[in-house]
Design a protein around this ligand. Structure first.
Ligand code: PLP
Length: 428
């Protein structure tokens, strides 16, 4: 059913389609286990000879329905929920990289992802090279090596808000024989569907707009099914060669376009176990049911905030791709539905870092929280909070100016948000 409907309808009705007499609302299968009549049936499930539920660490019907909704929204063939966005990011790369491998990532990415790639994955023997996503294709291509297995970037980078030219990145990835993995958290499939621009894998921190109410940490990985893992000899051996932990089954041969998500589920999730609780998947589904209404409202409010800030004499700079003065305006108009990017605006104040902190303390409606993309307006100073382990030089290298305020515009009345900014700016 999924393909025939608009994103709006998929948000409301995708994923869970009850049969006659079944609950209209997605049920919470709050069960770790599933019962079978014969031992042989259970053995077949363990051998992946039959499809079915047996243990929630691998699969659960509530989680799968929500993953199905997100897959449909992104236009992918399969998806898997994870217990956090971090887990989704890690699995998306670890599913194709092992010790001795290398991947390339844009440097303008979420700080937690940067640490995961630069520090923790290095300990596992996987190396990353960071590139400037605005550099030329030739320049970026120089980072690739014979053992490079993936290219990673964010559609809209958190917190620097650079907009990725997805078609350019897809070209670079495919010329170098690797898949393009995109973190589409900030844009959401309401504003951008990276598969339409050539991306192969999409990941999300569903903690953000998808849940939208700051109630459940979660993540998701979606596969387009478009990358041909078998076209490169044994470069992606984990997918194309026999897996000894499943009696020599090869994922691409047994599962075709479902190979990548099947491997992530039955191997990585089996072994690492970052599965969301079905209760959290249920909450995520409630959020998704209004995603198509909330995202445009976030963007409309953010546009008003950005325009207001741009005119305010106390503001040194504003970064929002909906402003015609913005470096990414033309790309945003081309790549995003109605040119709308997300609800997050960044800016700096004349007076720098200390003034930024004082301004934030003056806010009354907007709350200081370590969160973003929430229905409630919230604010953060990355240099003091999420990125506080970085020196000023490292901050600048990551594109995060020390005075940068990340203002995540909610879906309250725009005039109330503007009034809060006005009173807080009036006190500095
Ligand atoms: N990707 C992006 C763009 C994020 O902003 C975040 C968190 O802020 C993550 C991934 C990590 O997600 P989570 O906090 O759900 O683990």
């Amino acid at each position: 059913m999924e393909k025939k409907f608009s994103e709006d309808t998929l948000c409301v009705q995708g994923g869970w389609q009850p049969k006659n007499g079944e609950p209209r609302v997605l049920p919470i299968y709050q069960s770790t286990t599933f019962k079978y009549d014969t031992s042989e049936q259970m053995a077949n499930l363990f051998d992946l000879k039959e499809n079915g539920y047996f243990y929630t660490r691998l699969q659960n019907p509530t989680n799968d329905a929500v993953a199905g909704k997100i897959a449909a929204l992104e236009g992918g063939v399969a998806a898997m929920l994870t217990s956090s966005g971090q887990a989704a990011t890690f699995y998306s790369i670890f599913n194709i990289c092992e010790a001795g491998d290398h991947f390339v990532s844009a440097s303008a990415i979420y700080g937690g992802t940067f640490n995961l790639f630069a520090v923790t994955m290095k300990k596992l023997g996987i190396e990353v090279s960071f590139v400037d996503q605005d550099a030329s294709e030739e320049e970026i291509a120089k980072a690739f090596r014979p053992n490079t297995k993936a290219l990673f970037a964010e559609t809209i980078a958190n917190p620097v808000l650079s907009v990725l030219d997805i078609e350019k990145f897809a070209r670079i990835a495919h010329t170098n024989g690797v898949p393009l993995v995109i973190d589409n958290t900030f844009a959401t499939p309401i504003n951008c569907r990276p598969f339409e621009f050539g991306a192969d894998i999409v990941i999300h921190s569903t903690t953000k707009y998808m849940d939208g109410h700051a109630s459940a940490v979660g993540g998701c990985i979606v596969d387009s099914g478009n990358f041909d893992w078998e076209a490169y000899g044994n470069k992606f051996a984990g997918l194309t060669e026999p897996d000894p932990s499943y009696h020599g089954l090869a994922y691409t041969k047994s599962f075709g376009k479902g190979a990548y998500i099947t491997k992530a589920t039955v191997q990585l999730m089996r072994d690492f176990g970052s599965i969301p609780s079905p209760q959290n998947a249920f909450l995520l589904n409630l959020g998704l049911e209004t995603l198509h209404l909330r995202v445009p409202r976030h963007c409309e409010n953010a546009q008003k905030v950005a325009e207001y800030l741009e005119k305010n004499p106390k503001v040194a700079w504003v970064n929002y791709s909906g402003l015609p003065s913005n470096k990414y305006y033309a790309l945003a108009q081309k790549q995003f539905r109605n040119g709308q990017s997300c609800g997050v605006v960044t800016f700096g104040l004349k007076g720098g870092r200390d003034t930024s902190i004082k301004f934030m303390d003056n806010l009354e409606l907007a709350a200081i929280v370590t969160h973003v993309a929430d229905a409630r307006t919230c604010v953060l100073h990355p240099a003091s909070h999420t990125h506080r382990q970085l020196s000023d030089e490292q901050l600048i290298a990551a594109g995060v100016r020390p005075d940068l305020i990340r203002f995540s515009v909610g879906i309250e009345g725009a005039n109330d948000i503007l009034a809060d900014l006005e009173q807080a700016l009036g006190k500095i």
